[in-house]
Design a protein around this ligand. Sequence first.
Ligand code: HEM
Length: 395
Amino acid sequence: RRGFLVSAGLATGVAAVGVGTGYAVAQAEAAQKAASGDLGQQKVPFYGKHQAGIETASQAYGTFLGWKLKPSTDREGAIRMMRLLTDDAARLTQGVPALPDNDPYLALNPARLTATFGFGPSFFTKLGLDSKIPTGFAELPAFSIDKLKPEFSGGDLVIQVGSDDPLSLSHAVRQLTRTARSFATILWSQSGFTSTPGAKPEGQTGRNLFGQVDGTVNPRTAEEFDAQVWAQGSPRWFDGGTSMVLRRIAMNLDTWDKLDEGSKELSVGRKLSNGAPLTGVNEFDPPNLAAKSDNGLPVIPSFAHMRRARTDDVTQKFLRRPLNYDEGINSDGSPNVGLLFAAYMANVSHQFVPVQQRLADLDLLNTWTTPIGSAVFALAPGCQPGGFIGEGLLS
Ligand code: HEM
């Protein structure tokens, strides 16, 4: 039955779940709100060359779900799973209930909902797809700074969901989970946030929980995305895909707060007030790494995070799209917070690993940060109506 409903397409979805006139009224109201630019009615197109949720400006809320395939899920099973997940995502992101959807009203206000799917290295191995592993895609090497916990690491499949509304996000996560758990077992779920739309001045880069402006140096134009983020046909099925590195990095706010503002700024090399480099005035001023202060020391210290992470080699640049996480208070009274550092790049080994290695070797920020989770996923290219995410890999 479900297969029929899936192939019947989006337009029939609402009638098919058998919801009453109350739903029709709610839907008409939603259409009206859409015309008035209502936040809940903002939609990110699902179909296209690339999956949504990567180039999409960060939403206020996000959840990453890591899954392990059930032993019974073979390649045919994985195809069924991805068809159903694609169908759920295509509907929910456009404000249409999933099939079936017990709470269709919760689907009406997607608020820029996106759902993005990716495959871990073990997915390829388990399904006999090693010959299709993207160029440069592999588990990360161990880094000296790592204190990784299994409950935040690895996975065969990732589902990344984002929305500007936590209710819309929760509903989508529930629907996608219901579909995925027929084929896979949940390994971990990690949620985070940025800022509520409208809570910070338009166009200002967001802040992390250290209070730093985070996300200044990032690809912004289509050309930069093509050069840094989207894989260019290597192998062919991956053309238009990308890889995601997800690192859960705990941040020690108690020890961080022992620093004065000047010391905090030296650790990164940028001002806390507006994110400007210590050698500049405005956020996007290029830093002068050669500048020396009166005492002869570099204005941007040799150990500063920004200097260590920085590269002029355009082939090593990538997209950072992190979320803050806040899991409340640890038993010792300290805040359990950090960063879900999500980075996207065409080639993990070439672009990400050298940067992470440099930061593991020297970065003053390591004094207050600890990577406690790590996973890599190949995010398939997008698909067209009738297709499904991962079709080039699995078919
Ligand atoms: C830049 C914070 C982890 C790579 C920055 C900036 C801040 C920051 C405040 C300067 C503003 C900007 O350009 O966005 C943090 C914090 C981290 C963290 C708090 C951990 C909790 C990482 C990791 C990597 C990384 C794990 C990569 C392995 C970069 C890069 C830049 C940067 C490439 C841009 C450097 C440039 O070209 O100027 N980070 N970061 N960061 N970070 Fe991080």
